[in-house]
Design a protein around this ligand. Structure first.
Ligand code: PBG
Length: 365
């Protein structure tokens, strides 16, 4: 009676109705996560029996190929289906052009061959870049290899020695990485990875037209069947810090701002980068870093007709670990929440240092 007399509009909507109990919540969940959606990164270096902890990435190690093989066997048993390899190169093997990247006995190629020989049933992805291999730590061949180190030294001297004074000559600008000669090196390295058994090649250096160069080289060598996962949208990010410790690959001077993207730009630039790589033959594109770039991820997913991956990078991993180890965050629930955020934003899969751990958590759920 009282209701009938109430003249206010009647609103029957109860948002909580679908949250009533696990069964109902599971029924209407729109985002799924399985170990098949995860890729585990591994850092490999030459040698035997090496398992060197990476300080800023607790739980992660530099591994020699034999140790990597042990981990891969365990991961496959845990339900993981893909891994991505990064090289850690001894200083004595580094040079200006990163020639060790072309050595078929380097750690990446050795690990690929071992995994194949052992019948590891996982997709092998290789990071394709030069920063791990070059003595200067940049992602390719320098435009002016002789000029730059001097100009940096000049810069340093004028900063400390002539403080307050006007500089007579401004320091030469960073000559940068030479795009097109780097492409030739990338193409060669890609074919080497394919020959050693890589299923997916992932160019990560942000050189223009790297995807086209790699596709052309793979096809010319008969590897039409190997896919390209392009790091199409990769920002110049502080979140790569721990990776650079892990891979011993920080730039020795300058930074990567003249090839990696500027985070102050908008999503349109990201979409353009991704579209270009699709036109050049990328089978999958990627957005990197992860959580701070979910807006970009969503735009790219909506714009491109190929699967899109997300990379939860080293700094993101380090933040979760630090907070968890301090007892400030519940690691499992926060990491799983982040993974679902990537999936909700449209990522087909996520590269994450948590992959092994997540596979375990999902098994125990
Ligand atoms: C190589 C490369 C980097 C990362 C992936 N591939 C380093 C960089 O660009 O400086 C970073 C990954 C991470 O931080 O987890 N170019």
């Amino acid at each position: 009676m009282i209701q009938a007399m109430d003249k206010r509009p009647y609103n029957s909507i109860r948002m909580r109705r679908l949250r009533r109990g696990d069964l109902l919540r599971d029924l209407v969940a729109q985002t799924t996560l399985s170990p098949a959606n995860l890729v585990m990164p591994l850092f490999v270096r030459r040698g035997e029996n090496i398992r060197r902890p990476i300080v800023s990435m607790p739980g992660q190690y530099q591994l020699s190929p034999d140790q990597a093989l042990e981990d891969l066997a365990e991961m496959a048993g845990g339900g993981l289906r893909a891994y991505i390899l990064f090289a850690v190169v001894d200083d004595r093997d580094k040079d200006e052009t990163g020639s060790h990247a072309h050595d078929p006995d380097n750690a990446v190629c050795t690990t690929l061959r071992l995994a194949r020989a052992a019948g590891i049933n996982m997709l092998a992805i290789t990071d394709l870049c030069f920063c791990e291999y070059t003595s200067h730590g940049h992602c390719g061949v320098l435009a002016d290899p002789s000029g730059h180190p001097q100009s940096i030294r000049r810069q340093a001297r004028s900063k400390s020695g002539q403080a307050g004074k006007l500089r007579a000559t401004p320091a030469a600008p960073f000559p940068g990485v030479d795009n097109d000669s780097t492409l030739e090196h990338l193409a060669r390295q890609a074919v080497l990875h394919a020959r050693a058994g890589a299923d997916i090649i992932a160019p990560s250096g942000m050189m223009d037209h790297a995807t086209a160069a790699v596709r052309r080289a793979l096809d010319a060598a008969g590897y039409h069947d190997r896919a390209i996962l392009s790091y199409a949208v990769k920002y110049a990010s502080g979140f790569y810090g721990p990776f650079r410790e892990a891979a011993e690959s920080p730039p020795r001077f300058g930074d990567r701002c003249d090839y990696q993207m500027d985070f102050r730009r908008g999503a349109a630039e990201a979409v353009r980068e991704a579209m270009l790589d699709v036109q050049e033959g990328a089978d999958i594109v990627m957005v990197k870093p992860g959580l701070p770039y979910l807006d970009v991820l969503r735009c790219v997913v909506d714009a491109v007709p190929v699967p899109c991956a997300a990379y939860q990078v080293s700094g993101e991993y380090a933040m979760f670990k630090a907070a968890a180890n301090a007892g400030w965050l519940d690691e499992k629930s926060c990491v799983l929440e982040a993974m679902h955020a990537f999936r909700r934003a449209g990522a087909s899969f996520i590269i994450t240092y948590y992959a092994t751990q997540i596979a375990r958590w999902l098994r125990d759920l």
